[in-house]
Write a protein that binds this ligand. Structure first.
Ligand SMILES: NC(=O)c1ccc[n+]([C@@H]2O[C@H](COP(=O)([O-])OP(=O)(O)OC[C@H]3O[C@@H](n4cnc5c(N)ncnc54)[C@H](OP(=O)(O)O)[C@@H]3O)[C@@H](O)[C@H]2O)c1
Length: 287
C-alpha cells in the first residue's frame, strides 16, 4: 500500500505564502529574479508568484508570460540593471553563464547587480551557489566562489544558498558522456541530485527570513555513484549501452570521488533521481 505523506516542501510553501503577506503588512514582497528563464528560474518564478510574492523577472531578451512582469537586462554590460532593481524589496540572483564569459557575467555582473541594488535601496540579495565551489577545482566553481565573495562584500544585506546538482544537469552530463556510444565516466564520482522545485521552496523561505549570510547547504535525498546514476538513466530510457569506466585523474578526480559535490547537511530534498527519471521517461525510473 502506498502511504502519502505531506512532503516537507509543502509546509515550506504554505509558510512562505503566509509569510509573504504577513511580513509586509498585506503588501506582497517585491522580488527581482535574475536567470528567470534558466533551469531553476523557470521553476522558481511561478512558485514565488503562487506563494504571493510580486515577481519581476529578468532576461536578456524581451519576454512575457508566467503572470509576472518581465524586464530586459544584461549582467555582462550592466544594461537595464538600474531599471530592473528599481522599487524591489529583494533580488534573487540565479543568472549564470558557465559556458562563456563567466568572469564577466558571474563575477563582474554580480558586482554590477549588487551595486545597482544598493543604489536602489534593495534590502536583501539572495545568491544561489553550488556545493563544492570551495573544494572542487573547476574553473566555473572558482568564478562561483568569487561571486559569493562579491555578494558578501557588497552593499546589500545578503544570503547565499549552495545547492547540489539539478537532475536535469546530471541528465545533460550523461547525454554528453554517451555521445560516442557507451556512457564514459568515472564510476566512483559521487553526486547528490536535488530537485530544483525544492530548491525554489527553500529560496522562498530564505527571502522571507531576511539576510542570513551563508545558510545550510541543500542537497538531494541520496548520494549516488556515477555508475549507479548512469545505469538508472539508461534503464529509464530503455537503453542497453554499457557504462565504461574512465577514471578522472589528479586532484579533480580525487575531490569528485571523495564527495566534493555532496553535503551531509540536513534537511535534504525528498525527490530522488528515480523520481526525476520516472517524471521524464515514465515507468519506474529504474527503481
Ligand atoms: N545546474 C545545476 O545543477 C546547479 C546546481 C546548483 C546551483 N546552480 C546555480 O543555480 C543558478 C541557476 O542555474 P540554472 O541551471 O538554472 O542556470 P541556466 O539554466 O544555465 O540558466 C542561466 C540563466 O542565466 C541567464 N543569463 C545568462 N547570461 C546572462 C547575462 N549576461 N545577463 C543576464 N542574465 C543572464 C539566462 O537568462 P537569458 O538567457 O534569458 O538572458 C538564464 O536564465 C546558477 O547560479 C547555478 O550556478 C546550478
Amino acid at each position: 500500500m502506498k502511504v502519502h505523506v505531506v512532503p516537507p516542501g509543502l509546509w515550506l510553501v504554505v509558510w512562505a505564502w503566509v509569510g509573504a503577506w504577513v511580513r509586509v503588512g498585506g503588501v506582497a514582497m517585491r522580488v527581482l529574479v535574475t536567470g528567470a528563464t534558466g533551469r531553476l528560474g523557470r521553476v522558481a518564478v511561478p512558485r514565488l508568484r503562487d506563494e504571493g510574492f510580486t515577481v519581476r523577472a529578468v532576461s536578456r531578451r524581451p519576454r512575457d508570460g508566467a503572470g509576472v512582469e518581465w524586464v530586459v537586462a544584461d549582467l555582462g554590460t550592466g544594461a537595464g540593471l538600474a531599471e530592473a532593481v528599481a522599487g524591489m524589496d529583494a533580488v534573487l540572483h540565479l543568472a549564470s553563464s558557465p559556458g562563456r564569459r563567466t568572469h564577466e557575467i558571474d563575477v563582474l555582473g554580480t558586482r554590477r547587480l549588487a551595486v545597482a541594488a544598493g543604489h536602489a535601496g534593495v534590502r536583501h540579495l539572495v545568491y544561489v551557489s553550488i556545493v563544492g565551489v570551495d573544494r572542487v577545482p573547476l574553473g566555473y566553481y572558482r568564478h562561483k566562489l568569487a561571486a559569493e565573495q562579491v555578494v558578501a562584500a557588497g552593499p546589500v544585506p545578503w544570503s547565499v544558498l549552495r545547492a547540489t546538482q539539478f537532475p536535469g544537469f546530471l541528465a545533460d552530463l550523461l547525454r554528453g558522456a554517451s555521445r560516442l556510444g557507451p556512457v564514459l565516466g568515472d564510476p566512483a564520482v559521487l553526486a547528490q541530485p536535488v530537485d530544483p522545485g525544492e530548491v525554489a521552496d527553500r529560496l522562498a523561505v530564505l527571502l522571507l527570513a531576511g539576510p542570513s549570510h551563508r545558510t545550510e547547504d541543500f542537497g538531494g535525498p541520496e548520494v549516488l555513484r556515477f555508475d549507479e546514476a548512469a545505469r538508472a538513466w539508461l534503464a529509464a530510457r530503455g537503453s542497453r549501452r554499457p557504462v565504461v569506466p574512465l577514471r578522472i585523474p589528479g586532484r579533480l578526480g580525487r575531490e569528485l570521488r571523495a564527495g566534493g559535490l555532496t553535503t551531509t547537511a540536513t534537511p535534504t530534498g525528498v525527490r530522488t533521481w528515480a523520481d526525476h527519471l520516472a517524471d521524464t521517461y515514465g515507468g519506474t525510473g529504474g527503481r
